[in-house]
Ligand binder design. Structure first.
Ligand code: N01
Length: 536
């Protein structure tokens, strides 16, 4: 493709109007760069626009799951509860868009099909799905890590006479389950949130489970006004702690091994975390995700809780996971295991009772046919690289990102933000950055600010292009893999490793060195004149 008739040209084009794109637009516009955001949806919100399934809510505490770049914004917005539901988070992002008057620079209902780097003009040529094209000096993706939904290829879906939905592309109208026989495939975070809510409405809910999951109670509750007032007063301290912390939340860093304490002490700690709700078990001891024996203590604690909660022993057994706890995203729930005590809920283990096909009337497994009126796919996403590879992104010599990453066999980036061979292209929370194993808004802000500073630096120093060097990229990618290999994360099949997508090469693409340390590293690289980059 060589586009010459640009409809418009900008300093920067950003894809996506979620947490990433909104702040990137604000940051660049404040610095005086002409910026256009393209967004496929008809509104802002990104993840929180699309994931409207019943029960969708955040699993980071709300007072930390927001922007901290503006104290005024932090003080103006008040969260209702510890883990607010999707509509409230979407309202927040709309509030941000209105407060900073972002909409005039966002073109909605527009997809970027392709972005090609033109070596002559040193600009990106960006092709949109309406047939027009624009050009930009800087091309920035804010496409998220989990926006390419995964609909597994089940034979016969086209014959199904009922309604079907994917949690990641939920319709905007209310889906009424009343009096209906509903089936749900998938028990990750989305399934675990949706199952209790659908079960309360449906005539019958059949849960098709491939891998049982560890989940802990969220113990969501409304915030009291005094707590909110204190958090606003302590804004600067909270912001500092979030930015310096390992995971983007002011959580006490565990200093003890699960194996150096007595079993009574450990049990008490896990029990306290269980009663408090949230991710406390995951952060209880420093070796939970690195030492199999330490991991087993937490895994067994949750399995024993499942045994206590679920009344039918054969159902409880099916619900007990065996993989290393925490190496798939630790889930927090409201009444998940309890839901399997309801008379209108049944559990099918599709590892032993395999799904053969979707039929006109429901779902056929190797053992039975389940008649269904509604089928819900809570089957997740092609994570990390999926959203980027949906776009035809080509750098120097017309090489595509897909080719550069060898179809996923050799995905490598510099800092998760840049790619050798792709000048002036930045990825917000790209592969090999802390992204999904940190509190996303914090990691997003760090990338946006780093990219914004970099672009300002280029303007001040009359630099046309910035491009990651091959050896710097190689070293970063190797470091990323070494850190991951020292943990149990790489030992489990999960979307973190790409194992959820048939045929996707297995590669762990999240930087596990900690958000605070990563932030420092990025700052040092910038302070040293963008070490590891060629600037021309
Ligand atoms: O997706 P998942 P998700 N046949 O990949 C099953 C974030 N998130 O949408 O485990 C049968 O975790 C699959 O089985 P298995 C969060 O980061 C956050 O739930 O692969 N089953 C699994 O059970 C999360 O981690 C929140 O064996 C099939 C399920 O589908 C990420 O998004 C809320 C199958 C997919 O689980 C993804 O979560 C929601 C097949 N062919 C999501 N293919 C918050 O709380 C897949 N499965 C903020």
């Amino acid at each position: 493709m060589h586009l010459t008739n640009y409809n418009e040209s900008f300093d920067a084009v950003v894809i996506g109007a979620g947490f990433s794109g909104l702040y990137m637009l604000y940051r660049l516009r404040e610095a005086g760069f002409s910026t256009r955001v393209y967004e496929a949806a008809d509104g802002v919100g990104g993840t929180w626009y699309w994931n409207r399934y019943p029960g969708a809510r955040c699993d980071s505490e709300s007072i930390y799951y927001n922007y901290t770049f503006s104290e005024e914004l932090y003080r103006e917005w008040t969260w209702s509860s510890r883990y607010p539901e999707q509509p409230e988070i979407l309202r927040y992002l709309n509030f941000v868009a209105d407060k900073f008057d972002l909409r005039p620079d966002i073109q909605f209902e527009t997809r970027v099909n392709a972005a090609h780097y033109d070596e002559e003009t040193k600009r990106w040529q960006i092709e949109l799905n309406d047939g027009t094209s624009v050009s930009a000096k800087y091309f920035i993706t804010g496409v998220g890590c989990l926006s390419a939904s995964n609909l597994p290829k089940f034979n016969g879906l086209e014959n199904f006479k009922g309604e079907w939905y994917h949690t990641g592309h939920w319709p905007h109208h209310k889906v009424d389950f009343t009096g209906k026989r509903v089936g749900i495939i998938g028990t990750g975070s989305s399934g675990v949130q949706a199952i209790p809510v659908i079960a309360r409405e449906a005539e019958h809910l059949t849960v098709f489970q491939r891998t049982p999951q560890y989940s802990a109670p969220a113990r969501n509750h409304p915030y009291d006004l005094e707590y909110i007032k204190r958090s606003k007063e302590n804004f600067l301290e909270i912001k500092k702690q979030m930015r310096e912390s390992q995971g983007g939340q002011p959580v006490e860093v565990p200093t003890k091994s699960a194996l150096e304490v007595t079993s009574e002490e450990r049990q008490q700690k896990f029990e306290e975390a269980w009663q408090t709700g949230g991710q406390g078990i995951f952060t209880s001891y420093y070796d939970i995700t690195v030492d199999p024996k330490a991991n087993e203590t937490a895994s067994e604690f949750i399995r024993s809780k499942i045994g206590e909660i679920v009344k039918k022993p054969e159902v409880a057994e099916k619900l007990k996971p065996t993989y290393y706890y925490g190496t798939k995203r630790p889930i927090i729930d409201t009444d998940y295991y309890e839901t399997f005590n309801r008379d209108n809920v049944s559990l099918v283990d599709v590892r032993t009772n395999r799904i053969e096909e979707i039929t006109d009337n429901g779902l056929q497994t190797t053992e039975a046919e389940y008649e269904l009126d509604v089928l819900v796919f809570a089957t997740g996403f092609d994570g990390m690289t999926g959203p980027l590879l949906k776009i035809d992104i080509r750098g120097k010599d017309g090489v595509s990102l897909k080719e550069k990453w060898k179809g996923g066999e050799d995905t490598r980036t510099y800092l998760g933000v840049a790619n050798a061979g792709f000048p002036n292209f930045f990825m917000i929370t790209g592969p090999e950055s802390p992204s999904v194993l940190s509190n996303m808004p914090v990691s997003i802000e760090q990338h946006v600010e780093w990219i914004g500073d970099c672009i300002e630096y280029m303007r001040e120093n009359n630099i046309d292009t910035i491009e990651a060097k091959v050896d710097a990229e190689e070293a970063w990618s190797k470091h990323c893999r070494e850190v991951a290999e020292a943990t149990l994360f790489t030992k489990t099949d999960s979307w973190y490793t790409g194992a959820n997508i048939p045929g996707k090469p297995r590669r762990f693409l999240i930087y596990l060195g900690g958000g605070g340390a990563y932030r420092q590293k990025c700052a040092e690289i910038a302070a040293n004149g963008y070490e590891g980059f060629s600037l021309e």
